[in-house]
Every structure is written in structure tokens, then in C-alpha cells.
Design a protein around this ligand. Structure first.
Ligand SMILES: Cc1cc2nc3c(=O)[nH]c(=O)nc-3n(C[C@H](O)[C@H](O)[C@H](O)COP(=O)(O)O)c2cc1C
Length: 188
């Protein structure tokens, strides 16, 4: 069965809520969703040591990376995971998988784009195929992609509760990546 891995770090749970909605969207397309959370406890002496999680990514057909925006970028814990992925990079073990990204911040324009761009660079380093968010900001009937980011899902919370429209957008992103996986494999 084809699968999409959702790899994320979350401290207060808002990024986790987005990850769960993404997983719902993936499953709605009859594709397996693997919710893989990055935990600070897996970092020993500054190094991310959870090789099982890295192996699970290797078996997935697509990876959706997520991190809260902290000081204009991914969290230190997410970066530690990304640095550990360099062991897979040398042999380009994640190449040709689809990739996408999501983030949340407490400001409407709190430099979340910088986080998405970092995730895109990480995917490019691995030879992955980046999928942006194909909902024209401001033109969706149900208001999804309310912050108008096309390169990935950008969410904003002002009260530590994820906006329901951001959750809907997350669900859409999961479904989109799952559909791309199906299309890619049916093309043979
Ligand atoms: C150390 C720190 C740095 C932060 N930096 C930013 C930032 O640069 N831009 C922003 O919009 N929000 C920033 N925030 C707010 C978080 O992104 C926001 O609370 C987010 O919802 C946390 O995600 P989580 O619930 O998954 O942990 C920061 C929060 C912390 C604790």
C-alpha cells in the first residue's frame, strides 16, 4: 500500500493538530498516513538519534514536513532531525518522493514563509519533488488558504487554537499529496 509520512515537531500542539488534519486528508484518498512526531528526547548530545523514524520515511512515497515557526525558521528539534537526515542524503535515499510543508506562527506575517522555504530547500537537497498548495488565496469558496501562501501551508494562531479553516486547508494539502502519489504510480 502506498503511504505518506507526515514528519513534524510540536511543542504546544498546534502543529500536531495540523498534522492530524493532513493525515485525515491523506486517508480520505485511501492512502496510508504515517504521523511521525519528532521528540526532543530523541536528541542525545545534540544529535537526533531516532533511526527508526528515518527508516519509516524511507519506505513512504511522499513526505510532508511540518514545524512551528520559531524565530523565523524551523525549531531546533526539527533542524536536529534534518541534520540527521544527511546520512540518507549521501545516497539520495529519499530522492523522487513527493514533498510538501506546513508551519504555524502566532503572527499573521511572523516570517512563516522562511520556514516553508527552509523545508523546500531540505526537500531539494534530498532530490524530492516539491508540491505547493494549489488553492488560489482569496478565491476559494470555503476560504481555504486564508493567508494566501502557495508554496506550502502557512497557518496562524493568536490564541493557541488552530483556526478551523487552517485545519481544512491542512486536510486539503494531505489529500493533494496523496492524489499526486496515486497519479505518479498509475502513470507507471
Ligand atoms: C521560541 C519561540 C519562537 C517563536 N517565533 C515565532 C516567529 O518567529 N513567528 C511567529 O509567527 N510565531 C513565533 N512563535 C509562536 C509559535 O510559532 C506558535 O506559538 C506556534 O503555534 C507553536 O506551535 P506548536 O503549538 O506546534 O508548538 C514562537 C514561539 C516560541 C516559543
Amino acid at each position: 500500500m502506498h503511504s505518506v509520512a507526515i514528519v513534524f515537531h510540536s511543542v504546544t500542539g498546534t502543529t500536531r493538530s495540523l498534522a492530524q488534519s493532513i493525515a485525515t486528508g491523506v486517508r480520505a484518498e485511501q492512502i496510508e498516513a504515517l504521523e511521525l512526531e519528532i521528540f526532543g528526547a530523541d536528541i542525545q548530545h545534540g544529535r537526533y538519534e531516532n533511526t527508526r523514524l528515518l527508516d519509516q520515511i524511507e519506505r513512504a512515497d511522499a513526505v510532508i514536513f511540518g514545524s512551528p515557526t520559531f524565530m523565523g525558521s524551523v525549531t531546533a528539534q526539527f533542524k536536529s532531525f534534518a541534520d540527521a537526515s544527511s546520512e540518507r542524503w549521501t545516497e539520495l535515499r529519499w530522492a523522487d518522493k513527493f514533498a510538501a510543508g506546513f508551519t504555524i506562527g502566532s503572527n499573521y506575517s511572523g516570517d512563516q514563509l522562511s520556514t516553508i522555504q527552509y523545508l523546500g530547500v531540505l526537500a531539494a537537497q534530498h532530490g524530492m519533488l516539491w508540491a505547493g498548495l494549489d488553492i488560489a488565496g482569496g478565491y476559494d469558496e470555503s476560504g481555504r488558504n486564508r493567508l494566501g501562501a502557495q508554496s506550502g501551508l502557512i497557518a496562524c494562531t493568536t490564541d493557541a487554537v488552530v483556526h478551523p479553516v487552517d485545519l481544512q486547508t491542512a486536510q486539503y494539502l494531505g489529500a493533494r499529496v496523496a492524489r499526486l502519489v496515486k497519479k505518479y504510480h498509475s502513470a507507471g
